[in-house]
Design a protein around this ligand. Structure first.
Ligand code: SAM
Ligand code: SF4
Length: 347
């Protein structure tokens, strides 16, 4: 298996049968070697830097009904909130004072924020904080909507593809299909965004074959950013009795993604930090180079409940940042407060 890992290290590619073979036959020694090679790949491209993105979860309303997510519209127990534009700007102000150069606006698919409101939010953030990069993560939209946000100043867009196997996709999503998800990602690339896709590890019924398709999909898309985290059940969803995804397999998928896409911006996710107390650090050592501290105001933070037990650090934005910086430095990495664009990307 180590020979396959070396080939992947050199070529940044394995065909589907070889990748499946690697995933099916990995032992502990191979896993250690894979993570070491992924770490070397990351050092070659981005050095030991870890980029910070301030995450603002601005609405917990969602019209979609993804089976795995605590914010799904059918979950009547979900606590819903929306941040006003002034609240969002106030968090951006705190983030700016602390040196964040990227903020991520994430939420459910909430029709209350129509295009006009989203454009207003982007325009006002850019007017007050022109050097801040804006990442949107607000789900599936039309080409025209994506284009209007980009023209207003949005820089990046995160839309996990969730799974690249169409019939598996349909098991978890009502009304939504993989074809449209793919269309969205392609539109975002055409428009000129830095685009992030990604998937959960350990969705009930997920196989190694599914994961092979995911990695190949990311490679074909040439994703600038990739979000990978374990699935974690939420008590008020139909998947409440299922097992969470494993730390080890998540680390393997992070490492493989780093080696298939050496220049990718790859977060070590809150979900990984939730299933494993050392998850953040382990992710960084497996090739991840981004952390997204949650800046959502404390009075609503617990209501953005995608899954059970989501970690929440510090009541204040500054406490959260200090905690994360300590973790990054203890793991042997350096915090970067630059914008942290993908090195291939030019607007
Ligand atoms: N609504 C937007 C969307 O779906 O693209 C953005 C927000 S959504 C909550 C962000 C991501 O959370 C999803 O892409 C999904 O992969 C992840 N997520 C949802 N439920 C989860 C769960 N139970 N465990 C782990 N991750 C989950
Ligand atoms: Fe809504 Fe996103 Fe959750 Fe799906 S994953 S229910 S679109 S917030």
């Amino acid at each position: 298996m180590n020979k396959l890992i070396d080939r992947l290290y050199l070529d940044n590619y394995l065909d589907k049968p070889d990748l499946l073979n690697l995933l099916n036959n990995m032992n502990t020694e191979n896993e250690v070697y894979l993570l070491k090679r992924a770490h070397e790949t990351r050092l070659k491209v981005y050095g030991d830097k870890v980029f910070l993105r301030g995450l603002i979860e601005f609405t917990s309303y969602c019209k979609q009904n993804c089976l795995y997510c605590g914010l799904r519209s059918a979950n009547q127990k979900a606590q819903r909130y929306r941040l006003s534009i002034d609240e969002i700007l106030s968090v951006c102000g705190q983030a700016d004072k602390l040196g964040y150069k990227t903020i991520v606006l994430q939420g459910g698919e909430d029709n209350y924020y129509d295009d006009e409101k989203i454009i207003d939010i982007i325009t006002r953030i850019k007017a007050d904080f022109p050097k801040t990069a804006i990442t949107l993560s607000i789900g599936e939209k039309s080409y025209e909507s994506y284009k209007s946000y980009f023209d207003a100043g949005a820089d990046r867009y995160l839309l996990r593809h969730e799974t690249a196997t169409p019939d598996f996709y349909e098991k978890f999503h009502f009304k939504l299909n993989f074809e449209n998800r793919k269309r969205c990602l392609e539109d975002l690339k055409k428009i000129g965004y830095q685009v992030g896709a990604g998937f959960m590890v350990g969705l009930p019924g997920q196989t190694k074959e599914h994961l092979v398709e995911d990695v190949h999909f990311l490679k074909e898309l040439e994703a600038h950013m990739v979000g990978i985290g374990p699935f974690i059940p939420h008590k008020d969803t139909p998947l409440n009795d299922k097992k969470a995804g494993s730390t080890n397999l998540t680390l393997i998928m992070l490492a493989l993604t780093r080696m298939f896409l050496p220049k990718v911006l790859l977060p070590t996710t809150t979900a990984l930090g939730t299933v494993d107390g050392c998850g953040y650090e382990k992710g960084l050592k497996a090739g991840a180079n981004v952390i997204m501290p949650v800046l959502t105001p404390n009075n609503v933070r617990n209501k953005y409940a995608l899954y059970d037990g989501k970690i929440s650090i510090g009541n204040k934005v500054s406490e959260n940042k200090n905690y994360i910086i300590e973790k990054i430095e203890n793991a042997g990495f350096t915090v970067s407060l630059s914008r942290g664009d993908n090195i291939d990307w030019r607007k």
